[in-house]
Design a protein around this ligand. Structure first.
Ligand code: SF4
Length: 363
């Protein structure tokens, strides 16, 4: 559980100031590393060796790079730092869910979650410190966006959860969802670079089909993803298919309206032929009528869709309440009648504030 004041940056010490002046070696591409060695009178393949240590073996210190000479390691130490995350605090829920409070190199904190089920282990990772959007039901929206995460900071969250999965569940991580703190499409380039490393044989070699980017719906960037021919899956936090209601709970909807969102998703489907998943919470008195259900069915019609009805986890002011079972049944019946795949998702890790929408609840 996060402590109060968690997100206050700490003033860097003198040693840290020196470190800050050095370049983060993980910002270099393989080619740039090769060039660095050549320009220092060494062989280009040293760049490959270092690159493998950094990404395949997730090395956080030059000392462990034992196939390099001591002089080479000292030369790297003098020129670079390896900025990396540190799991400051790990909490385990009674249902097995693990939440990590992750300290970044500049002492800011984000959270990531490991969700185990019988058949899979899923990492829910953060993409920004805080969030620039303002969904009223979400704890993260109360934290201003401080900065975007770098590709390596996203990658490191995945590595940390993969290690925990092996340690506590004796199996590797199987899936990743970008559903932690932040709107991933507002950090588009870094999220794509991180996914590139996660899926590359040079990195973790995971299949992109096991990765889902969940967005609150930024039409321009959904189109860009389609143009960039990404191979991962797309989920949209929809929560209402009625503009007026969606704007009242997700105010940015006034700018990115449902018709724009729908057009961009149509474009996505035409280009990728990849089914769209909608994340949807049903709240008491907000979106629990038959009119709301009919609007969702209508919204989903243009492409093969799946709707995840997610149980709501109240954040402290109690303004939003989970709808009744009868309202959920209304959604399930209508969606199924219209041949739309629907699942009802129970939340995990509620006792440690690791459930959907709860991250940063206690900061
Ligand atoms: S739900 Fe997602 S996009 Fe909305 S405020 Fe929370 S973190 Fe940001």
């Amino acid at each position: 559980m996060e402590k109060a004041g968690f997100l206050s940056p700490v003033i860097p010490t003198f040693k840290k100031m020196e470190e800050i002046k050095k370049k983060d070696i993980r910002a270099l591409t393989r080619e740039q590393l090769r060039e660095f060695f050549v320009s220092n009178g060494d062989k280009a393949f040293r760049g490959n060796q270092v690159y493998e240590w950094l990404w395949q073996k997730a090395a956080y210190s030059f000392d462990v790079m034992t196939n390099l000479s001591k002089e080479t390691r000292e030369m790297l130490e003098a020129n670079f730092v390896i900025n990396h995350i540190k799991v400051d605090q790990m909490q385990r829920s009674s249902d097995g869910t693990i939440k990590n409070a992750v300290r970044l190199h500049d002492d800011l904190i984000v959270e990531s979650v490991l969700i185990p089920t019988k058949s899979r282990t899923t990492a829910c990772v953060s993409s920004q410190v805080g969030c620039s959007l303002d969904c009223r039901f979400c704890a993260t929206s109360r934290l201003k966006r401080m900065r975007n995460l770098n590709p390596d900071e996203i990658y490191d969250q995945v590595v940390a959860i993969d290690n925990e999965s092996r340690l506590y569940f004796e199996r590797p991580l199987s899936n990743i969802v970008f559903m932690g703190m932040g709107e991933p499409l507002m950090n588009y380039n870094n999220v794509l670079k991180a996914i590139d490393k996660i899926t590359s044989p040079d990195g973790l070699g995971m299949s992109p089909k096991r990765i889902t980017v969940s967005t609150s719906g930024v039409p321009k960037l959904i189109r860009k993803m389609a143009d960039d021919e990404v191979k991962f899956k797309l989920a949209v936090s929809l929560h209402s298919a009625v503009d007026e209601i969606r704007t009242s709970i997700m105010p940015f909807n006034a700018k990115f309206t449902l018709s724009d969102l729908r057009e961009s998703l149509q474009y996505w489907y035409e280009k990728t032929r990849s089914r769209i998943t909608y994340e949807y919470v049903v709240w008491d008195g907000i979106n629990d009528t038959q009119k709301d259900v009919d609007a969702l069915v209508e919204f989903c019609r243009f492409a093969p869709s799946k709707v995840n009805l997610i149980e709501y986890n109240p954040i402290d002011d109690g303004e939003f309440k989970q709808a009744s079972n009868a309202a959920i049944d209304r959604y399930v019946n209508s969606l199924e009648k219209n041949n739309i795949v629907v699942t009802v998702r129970r939340s995990r890790g509620k006792d440690i504030d690791a459930a959907c929408g709860q991250l940063a609840n206690k900061s």
